[in-house]
Design a binder for this molecule. Structure first.
Ligand code: NAD
Ligand code: ZN
Length: 345
């Protein structure tokens, strides 16, 4: 089969690779139909993710068709259309029972990172019964790829962790795919206002189209001053950091209202300053977590009912044979108009 393989810092290759085989009776082999590229894949390509070693097939997002279920797989049969979670989970260990699938003790593999991923014609999915989801009848399977990672991330790590409620004021720092997924899922909770902050005017325009009440270009103006002006000098009840640099986590601490909550979603390669005196003095909370994909079944029901439009984040479509080109296009375009690239295999 053809697979996109990490060859070491800065190098990727679309090359022939053996088709994965069942290793455990709980595995399933899935034929991948749609995949996409994530900002994390770019970090991997640049050699910034030490858990990924040369030879790894990349990709942690995908929709496909079950090719071969293992003997112990009971929820799926050959031919079933499935959404693939970005992480695998057993659903029965102590952490899984607490909803912390990312800490599953029976593997807890991250596709395209600690396990071969979805940028390939076939992928082996361990613990298939709890790591795959049936595709609801009649939904757009292309759009569904957004549910492998970025929508559960925006919802779980951003919206739920920052405790968005009806009437909340929400600030989202970062209008990349994750920040925009947080924007779209925060609207499910009827906040009174959503302010999106970025320094890329094109991404801010997209945020506005997706329902942000206010946009702030922090490259041109002080986000703190602008947010205080919009909130009668109070700040926001919920602040979602969806960038992953020290400066934006520090900014988030200046935007939150007394009693409010900051949800750090970004993956920070470096230490960040905690303004602990400010957090303490104003009863602020700071939360952070890995995505667990526990909300995916709810998102699937919502999508099937027409309550959310994840396909709005797809800006480019390419065939799998142009996968190497897709990376360079995505890399070049990441600072401009590209959000999510849909790859058809
Ligand atoms: P992205 O790089 O596509 O988007 C980041 C956005 O932040 C861009 O629009 C960029 O213009 C903006 N930005 C960058 N620097 C800024 C600054 N100083 N001020 C204001 N805006 C700035 O990233 P993404 O794919 O949307 O992911 C966002 C973050 O979420 C990343 O750190 C990613 O690693 C992380 N993530 C976390 C989890 C988790 O489990 N917690 C899962 C997936 C992704
Ligand atoms: Zn588990």
């Amino acid at each position: 089969m053809q697979a996109l393989v990490y060859k070491g810092e800065g190098q990727l290759a679309l090359e022939d690779h053996p088709v994965p085989q069942l290793q455990e009776p709980t595995d399933a082999i899935v034929k991948v139909v749609y995949t996409t590229i994530c900002g994390t894949d770019l970090h991997i390509m640049h050699g910034d993710v030490p858990t990924v070693t040369p030879g790894r097939i990349l990709g942690h997002e995908g929709v496909g068709i079950v090719q071969e279920p293992g003997a112990a797989v009971s929820r799926f049969k050959k031919g079933d259309h499935v959404l693939i979670n970005c992480i695998t989970s057993c659903a029965t260990c102590e952490y899984c029972r607490r909803g912390m699938y990312s800490h599953c003790t029976q593997g807890g593999w991250i596709l395209g990172n600690t396990l071969d991923g979805t940028q390939a014609e076939y992928v082996r999915i361990p613990q298939a019964d709890s790591s795959l989801h049936h595709v609801p009848q009649g939904v757009d399977e292309k759009a569904l790829v957004m549910f492998s990672d970025i929508f559960p991330t925006g919802l779980e790590c951003g919206v739920l962790n920052s405790k968005v409620q009806p009437g909340s004021s929400v600030a989202i720092v970062g209008a990349g795919p994750v920040g925009l997924a947080a924007l779209m899922t925060s609207k499910l909770y009827s906040p009174s206002t959503i302010i999106v902050i970025d320094r890329d005017p094109k991404r801010l325009e997209i945020a506005k189209k997706l329902g942000a009440n206010h946009i702030i270009n922090s490259g041109e103006t002080s986000a703190e001053e602008a947010v205080m002006k919009l909130t009668n000098k109070v700040g926001c009840d919920a602040v979602i950091e969806a960038v992953g640099v020290a400066a934006t986590l520090e900014m988030a601490q200046d935007l939150v209202a007394p009693g409010g909550t900051i949800a750090n979603v970004g993956v920070h390669g470096t230490s960040c300053t905690l303004k602990i005196e400010k957090l303490w003095d104003r009863n602020m909370s700071l939360t952070t977590r890995l995505v667990d994909t526990v909300t995916t079944p709810m998102l699937l029901k919502l999508f099937a009912a027409g309550g959310i439009e994840p396909g709005k984040l797809i800006t480019h479509e390419l065939p799998f044979k142009e996968m190497e080109k897709a990376y360079s296009t995505f890399k070049a375009a990441a600072e401009h108009e590209a959000l999510k690239m849909l790859i058809t295999i």
